[in-house]
Design a protein around this ligand. Structure first.
Ligand SMILES: *Cc1c(COP(=O)(O)O)cnc(C)c1O
Length: 368
């Protein structure tokens, strides 16, 4: 068995080589490096696929969150509630906007923000909630929306890990006032560099975001405000556009891979397998188990030629960056309890059943 990498972007490239190579050649021939037809077409196609009015592309998924927060008027003196377990983009953008991140623990089993604990964190300064559909698992977005409505808060969905996840048949990214996506190469829909976008049905917010991401101007040299430079480049747009027709199929394949893992790891007592939220579609950006003797298992799998990863080794509130908030493990007991055991196994659409079986067999052997 060849080494099983954690992700295999080359394997995917080889399946769509012709359309990618053509897309790149197109951009070079047209020299449409910033803006241009590919950016417009990708935005249109992505928005259409989601049935949302506006897709505003930008440089990456981090900027997408920052731009939305800023254009919703969130700034100094405000608080924004988010989850203790995510990539730091989710909380660092709250600080970038000038506001204060307020962390909430996760639900056991699902790894997403616990709605039952949101209300006690709401103060007169709270302006928004940023839930993350972590690993591709849907947060309890309807409950979060109900709380937000009651308190007059914005909901911004961080969909960087949840392209085409669904709850009750409705797609992640269509529940909040806006949603943000990352197209970082390893994400479920990945560019060949940094890329991101914002989805929203709100005309005014869409226009503001578009303006802010382009130096505060919709028309060249007409700066309505000071903005930032956060644009999607033509190469990335052309690559994303070429990949887009495959995304639903790739999502199904991820689900199939997850199914093989679940089947072949059933009954391993030392493991807790992922649980899919009822009536939802998980998009399995990551396949995260909780494992006893994790460090030894990681080493053993590595020796067997299997790469693994940890998402994430330290919950956000316990990072040095947030030491100023003076949190203790008791503030986030679930996140704290999980951090020592979570382990991400390789998952991508091109992974074969044979490879998955090999990984599962090695895990079983380790625990025997
Ligand atoms: C990847 C990621 C981001 C940031 O996306 P970039 O494109 O890397 O800036 C934001 N939030 C979450 C949850 C992510 O996983």
């Amino acid at each position: 068995m060849n080494r099983i990498p954690f992700v295999d972007l080359r394997a995917q490239y080889l399946t769509i080589k012709d359309s990618i190579d053509t897309a790149i050649a197109d951009v070079l021939n047209e020299t449409s490096f910033i803006g241009g037809k590919h950016v417009k077409e990708f935005e249109k196609n992505f928005a259409t696929l989601y049935g949302v009015k506006h897709c505003i592309s930008c440089a990456n998924g981090t900027d997408a969150i920052y731009i939305v927060l800023k254009m919703l008027g969130i700034g100094p003196g405000d608080e924004v509630i988010t989850t203790a377990c995510s990539w730091i983009s989710t909380s660092e953008t709250i600080s970038q906007a000038g506001a204060r991140p307020v962390f909430v623990d996760i639900e056991p089993d699902y790894f997403t923000i616990d709605p039952a604990q949101i209300e006690k964190k709401i103060t007169p300064k709270t302006k928004a909630i940023v839930p993350v559909h972590l690993y591709g698992q849907m947060a309890q977005i309807n409950k979060i929306n109900t709380i937000a409505q009651k308190h007059g808060l914005h909901v911004i969905e961080d969909c960087a890990q949840s392209h085409f996840s669904e709850l009750h048949g409705q797609r992640a990214g269509t529940f909040g006032v806006a949603s943000t996506f990352s197209f970082y190469p390893g994400k479920n829909l990945g560019a060949y560099g940094d890329a991101g976008c914002i989805l929203t049905d709100d005309d005014q917010l869409a226009e503001k975001c578009r303006m802010y991401a382009n130096h505060g101007a919709l028309i060249k040299h007409q700066h309505q405000m000071e903005g930032i430079n956060s644009r999607l480049d033509g190469l990335q747009a052309a690559i994303l556009k070429a990949k887009l027709p495959n995304i639903l199929d790739w999502t199904e394949k991820r689900l199939q891979v997850a199914g093989w893992y679940l089947e072949n790891l059933q009954g391993v007592e030392q493991l807790t397998l992922p649980v899919i939220r009822p009536d939802s579609k998980h998009s399995f950006h990551l396949f995260v188990v909780r494992a006893e003797q994790r460090e030894e298992l990681v080493k053993y799998l590595n020796d067997c030629g299997i790469d693994t990863a940890i998402h994430y080794p330290v919950p956000l509130p316990f990072m040095p960056a947030y030491r100023y908030l003076s949190h203790t493990p008791e503030d986030f007991p679930v996140s704290d309890q999980y951090q020592g055991s979570i382990l991400s196994l390789p998952i991508y659409p091109e992974l074969t059943e044979e490879q998955v079986k090999y990984v599962c067999e090695k895990i079983r052997t380790f625990y025997q």
